[in-house]
Design a protein around this ligand. Structure first.
Ligand code: BGC
Length: 496
């Protein structure tokens, strides 16, 4: 008996050891698998980082090629990936404008109605701006519905302000590509950003608004139709005559600048009193050949139409959050870092807006609390561990950095076009000898730029890397609060 009990115990002991070994092996295998899955998520981020790298030499090539496209766009209509649209604005407000003017600013789903009271000597005595959201159905519905909505908003605004509409000139900021036939008229070439009211394409948008004003019983008429870049330039110039260009980095991105008529070859008969014209670059449609698209770039999935806003989709607010969502979706597909529920919540397009991306990147709490809150509230991901939250923040950083650096390259391309990037002007001493301007001011506006400090830091850093410290010091980006709308009111005054 004793012998068999001992044998049994021996068997049991061997059995236990075998089980323990099996359990340990199973745990090790699981740990190995978990590590493998985590590693796959890390790999997605590492791959993104490599694809989004924009070393300074590459940015310099983007500068050169965009500047070449800008030249080409001035030579022939349709001869370039940037449209270089003539705006019919040949003179900018100089500070002598006086009186009360109204403006409408339509550029994204939040639009504005403005009343601006001007006094002599570049003084804005009073300024009232009302923001309104455009219901989503109007951004894709019938043209008349959209313009009726805008006209009615203006009518109610004027009534609330106790003002009168009788024959008043109206500034209309319309932030989409328009082919102008005069300062107060122009046909829509294509919708961009969140809008797709197909009926309006090809129509004179100022006339669309004028007709809606009449339908709504308002006795007003659009006297200037401007892009938001042009409005921003107008306000910049109103305050500072060294302002030669304006840039928007918000829901969309674009720039305009003051060009000499004699280099606008595609329109050599262009006669203006000043010999200059403001050109709307429409750089959003540029596709830099030096920058390979990542599988997450939104333009990647679309038909490669010639003007598909490829540059805008890498830089501006409507798209950055969406690129991040697509990266997170990939991470969730190859690993379980976000938990099982994530695959569903991450499949909703445009669920992650740019302000959340900014808040994720700017969360500097040690446990990334804000990142956790945004993932939980907006992407329905519960209890995401800290190490995954860190990966999420890195993804947002990579996307932000590429966007800001490309925006910087585009700004330098404008400077190169007008000979202020140092390549033509040389050092400060040579610039002074040649009488080249010592100071270049660029007016800038847009929610992404104004509301996202890290974006601004990356952009400034890239400007200095491309231009060199000496030239960079002569360029100042000056934020023009509500510039696009207030500038339209200023132009309405200047051209009335
Ligand atoms: C439009 C431009 C506009 C820019 C910034 C782009 O989508 O095409 O006209 O200036 O957005 O709002």
């Amino acid at each position: 008996m004793e012998g068999s009990a001992a044998a049994w115990l021996r068997v049991a002991a061997v059995g236990c050891a075998a089980v323990a070994c099996a359990v340990a092996a199973e745990m090790a295998a699981r740990r190995g698998m978990a590590w493998c899955r985590w590693y796959r998520a890390v790999e997605v981020v590492r791959d993104l980082e490599q694809r989004c790298a924009t070393p300074t030499e590459q940015l310099q090539r983007v500068v050169n090629s965009l500047a070449v496209e800008m030249f080409a766009g001035l030579v022939t209509e349709g001869g370039s990936r940037v449209r270089m649209l003539l705006t019919c604005v040949d003179a900018l407000p100089d500070g002598s404008e006086e009186g009360v003017y109204y403006a409408i600013d339509l550029g994204g789903t939040s639009f504005r109605v403005l009343k601006v009271e001007l006094g002599a000597g570049s003084t804005i005595i009073n300024q009232k701006v009302e923001h309104q959201s455009i219901p989503e159905n109007l951004t894709k519905g019938a043209s008349n519905d959209l313009f009726n909505f805008i006209a009615l908003a203006l009518k109610n605004f004027i009534a609330r302000e106790g003002g009168e509409d009788e024959g008043r000139p109206l500034g209309f900021t319309f932030s989409f590509p328009v082919r102008h036939s005069s300062i107060s008229s122009g046909s829509l070439i294509q919708w961009t950003k969140e809008f797709s009211v197909e009926e309006t394409v090809g129509k004179d948008v100022a006339q669309c608004l004028n007709e809606a004003l009449v339908r709504n019983g308002l006795n007003m008429k659009v006297n200037v139709l401007v892009n938001n870049t042009v409005g921003t330039l107008a306000l910049g110039h109103y305050y500072d005559k060294d302002t030669i260009a304006a840039v928007i980095i918000g829901a969309g991105t674009n720039a305009c600048y003051i060009e000499r008529n004699d280099v606008i070859v595609k329109s050599l008969d262009l006669l203006t009193n000043t010999g200059q014209t403001v050109v709307n670059v429409e750089w959003g449609s540029y596709r830099p050949p030096q920058i390979a698209l990542t599988p997450y770039d939104i333009c990647f999935k679309e038909t490669r139409s010639y003007y598909d806003q490829g540059f805008e989709k890498m830089i501006s607010g409507v798209y950055l959050g969406e690129i991040a969502r697509l990266v997170f979706q990939k991470m969730a597909q190859v690993s379980d870092v976000f938990g099982a529920a994530a695959v569903d919540s991450l499949s909703t397009p445009f669920i992650l807006r740019a302000p959340y991306l900014a808040a994720i990147r700017e969360d500097d709490s040690p446990d990334l609390r804000e990142v956790g809150r945004i993932l939980e509230e907006h992407l329905k991901m519960q209890d995401v561990p800290l190490k995954t939250r860190k990966l999420v923040a890195i993804v947002c950083d990579i996307i932000t950095q590429r966007a800001a650096r490309l925006a910087a390259a585009a700004i330098v391309a404008i400077l190169q076009k007008i000979g202020c990037d140092g390549t033509l002007c040389g050092t400060r001493k040579v610039r002074t000898m040649r009488g080249v301007r010592e100071r270049t001011v660029i007016a800038i506006e847009g929610g992404l730029f104004q509301g996202y400090a890290v974006f601004r830091e990356y952009l400034d850093e890239a400007l200095t890397q491309i231009l060199g410290e000496e030239i960079a010091a002569t360029v100042s980006l000056r934020v023009m609060e509500e510039g696009s709308g207030v500038g339209a009111a200023l132009l309405a005054a200047a051209y009335s």
